[in-house]
Ligand binder design. Structure first.
Ligand SMILES: [Zn+2]
Length: 304
């Protein structure tokens, strides 16, 4: 089977805990990823909100060096997305929290040279770019410059984690298709952490701009007493399809960045999710869009 996941925090966890990407006890490792068949993974380097400026920039660079060394060491299992090499896992590098660029356009260029092809503009707090989900405020003048330059470079921009004000500012400035790499629809009012979920209006705008949305597995975003595990994913999927988002939906697991139901908390369980949804009545052509096709065609458009 084939899958494409728009977000995980695994590389930073491996870096912090001195784990190998090949085999570890986290949600994702290469040996388990291999069992899927063909898996593409966006590896985000999460920049903690305590880090800004030079410290954020050097933290990003350290983790990025670690990422490249892990790919080199495990080149029988993993290779860069755009390389011709055939490996069971393909990798795309991302930055979660644009502070990793150190607060300068020069830093953005340097991150691009380091391989970054997707940037989640903020994490939960404010940064130089704008307001995160748990903070106030819109996109700053520097943020606007950053967005334009990142889009010129061909970096995919990611609105997951932006607060509503910054999201709508972003819509005004951005001129390329973009993603919400790990976000859900806010469909019931019993979620524990609704601020990170998208309103229907936001989903509509992402669709209008030919963007894609990766469904996040975090229990606090999708589960309540009425739906957990696969049922919670089913409920999300249903809500997206009611909004004609067949070509928008994708996976954004958030592996190793959050708490995930045991039914989904290891990468090879994507195959169980696929079969479960298939048995539930979702046909293969739809499931293939969700599991990889939408993400694949999106990246082909942006980074051919
Ligand atoms: Zn996140």
């Amino acid at each position: 089977m084939k899958s494409f996941d728009l977000h995980c925090d695994t590389i930073g966890e491996c870096y912090k805990k001195s784990f190998s990407l090949r085999k570890n006890e986290l949600h994702l490792d290469l040996e388990r990823g291999k069992s899927i068949g063909e898996h593409t993974q966006v590896f985000a380097i999460w920049i903690p909100d305590e880090l800004r400026g030079d410290t954020a920039f050097s933290y990003f660079n350290n983790v990025a060096d670690f990422y490249h060394s892990q790919i080199k060491e495990n080149d029988d299992l993993i290779s860069y997305y755009n390389s011709e090499k055939k490996t069971p896992i393909k990798a795309i590098l991302a930055m979660e929290g644009a502070s990793g660029c150190g607060g300068s356009i020069k830093g953005l260029h340097s991150a691009y040279e380091k391989g970054v092809r997707l940037i989640t503009l903020t994490w939960n707090a404010n940064n130089e770019i704008g307001g995160g989900a748990f903070a106030e405020g819109g996109i700053t003048p520097y943020g606007k410059e950053f967005i334009k330059e990142a889009e010129n470079l061909g970096v995919v921009l990611d609105v997951s984690h932006l607060n509503r004000e910054s999201f709508f500012d972003f819509i005004e400035v951005s001129s390329k298709p973009f993603v919400a790499s790990h976000s859900n629809i806010d469909i019931v009012n019993t979620y524990k952490s609704p601020k990170r979920n998208l309103t229907k209006e936001q989903v509509r705008l992402i669709k209008e701009r030919n963007g894609i949305i990766g469904i996040n597995f975090y229990v606090d975003f999708i589960e309540d007493e009425n739906a957990a595990g696969f049922d919670a994913i089913d409920r999300q999927l249903n809500a997206f399809l009611e909004m004609d988002c067949e070509d928008v939906i994708s996976l954004g697991s958030d592996y190793d960045g959050c708490r995930i139901n045991p039914l989904l908390s290891s990468v090879e369980k994507l195959a169980d999710l696929y079969s479960w949804l298939n048995n539930k009545g979702y046909n293969e052509s739809l499931l293939n869009k969700l599991f990889y096709q939408n993400a694949e065609s999106f990246f082909k458009k942006i980074n051919p």
